[in-house]
Design a protein around this ligand. Structure first.
Ligand code: NDP
Length: 292
């Protein structure tokens, strides 16, 4: 059994990006510039955005954090988005979700210029991805594809069962793994809450991607010997014995499933750490594509 180490792999990707940025500087080129828009004071969002900005600094990108008041109107936020779209010094930007309830998230995401949409949430990027054109791929599925590729997990001709069909994880990873190319060419089945007899499906799978958000849902009796297991789930489970009062659990009963698997991602330390690295990668791509 091999552990797909997301921490190590994401650090490698950051080093590769850092080297690329140094080379850009040496050629006298402008370095990539990412902005993050944060509305309000949500603690978790502040932490996420903070680590994204720090990662930008680490690899040598320019970064700008734009903090807006919780009570900003939808119209004022849309105007801010327009200004960011027009700002030629900016290669890409993200709007940290969730937004306050009085703002229509979909309206905001649709207003982002797809060429600067480094989160890859705009339908134009989703469509381009599905058509195998250059596109910003959402960070989580992009990170999974990198783990599969770099650890040479066999996917071609293999049966992959993806559990979950969300727009940011399940659906895009099912599309990517069925496409031609590295970490692709799999025969993909997408399962969801209406799927009947899920265990019968996962038991047939060479690769199982769990993205549903129910802790330790996939147990050893649900997988075949030698399967590769990707665990996307992140759930805080209350735990009095832990100083934080909770532990992070994935969708896989790790200890028992690991014993039967050929490859497995731990939680934490698997898919999670890959997401910021892939956001940086998308920003670098934005810089390169917008230059071309
Ligand atoms: P969503 O809640 O948007 O989607 C969950 C999916 O799981 C839905 O398609 C749902 O089906 C399906 N589902 C729910 N219950 C069952 C069940 N009993 N059997 C089969 N399918 C079921 O979640 P996300 O995709 O946003 O996230 C999934 C998990 O991944 C969460 O734990 C989240 O925290 C984590 N996550 C981790 C990231 C990372 O960086 N590692 C990034 C993003 C998410 P239906 O469509 O029918 O409702």
């Amino acid at each position: 059994m091999k552990i797909l180490d997301g921490k190590k792999t994401s650090n490698q990707i950051k080093e590769e990006i850092k080297a690329e940025v140094s080379a850009m500087k040496a050629r006298g080129e402008r370095v990539p510039h990412l902005a993050a828009v944060l509305v309000g004071n949500d603690g978790a969002s502040l932490t996420y955005v903070g680590s994204k900005v720090r990662s930008c600094e680490y690899v040598g990108f320019d970064s700008t954090l734009i903090r807006l008041e919780e009570d900003i109107t939808e119209q004022a936020l849309l105007e801010k988005i327009e200004a960011l779209n027009a700002d030629s010094s900016l290669d890409g930007y993200i709007v940290q979700l969730p937004l306050p309830k009085h703002i229509d998230e979909e309206k905001i995401l649709l207003a982002i210029d797809p060429k600067k949409d480094v989160d890859g949430f705009h339908p134009a990027n989703f469509g381009r991805m599905a058509l195998e054109l250059d596109a910003f791929i959402p960070a989580t599925p992009f990170g999974i594809m990198q783990l599969l590729e770099r650890y040479e997990v066999p996917t071609s001709g293999k049966h992959c069962v993806v559990v979950g069909r969300s727009h940011i994880v399940g659906r895009p990873i099912s599309i990517l793994m069925s496409q031609k190319g590295p970490a692709g060419n799999a025969t993909v089945t997408v399962a969801h809450s209406r799927t009947e007899n899920l265990a019968a499906l996962t038991r047939q799978a060479d690769i199982v991607v769990m993205a549903l958000g129910i802790p330790e849902y996939l147990t050893a009796d649900m997988v075949k010997e030698g399967a590769a297991i990707i665990d996307v789930g992140i759930t805080r489970v209350p735990d009095e014995n832990h100083p934080k009062g909770y532990v992070i659990k994935g969708d896989v009963a790790y200890e028992e499933v690991a014993q039967k698997s050929s490859f497995i991602t731990p939680v934490p330390g698997g898919v999670g750490p890959m997401t910021i690295a892939m956001l940086l990668k998308n920003t670098l791509l934005a810089r390169q594509w917008n230059q071309a």
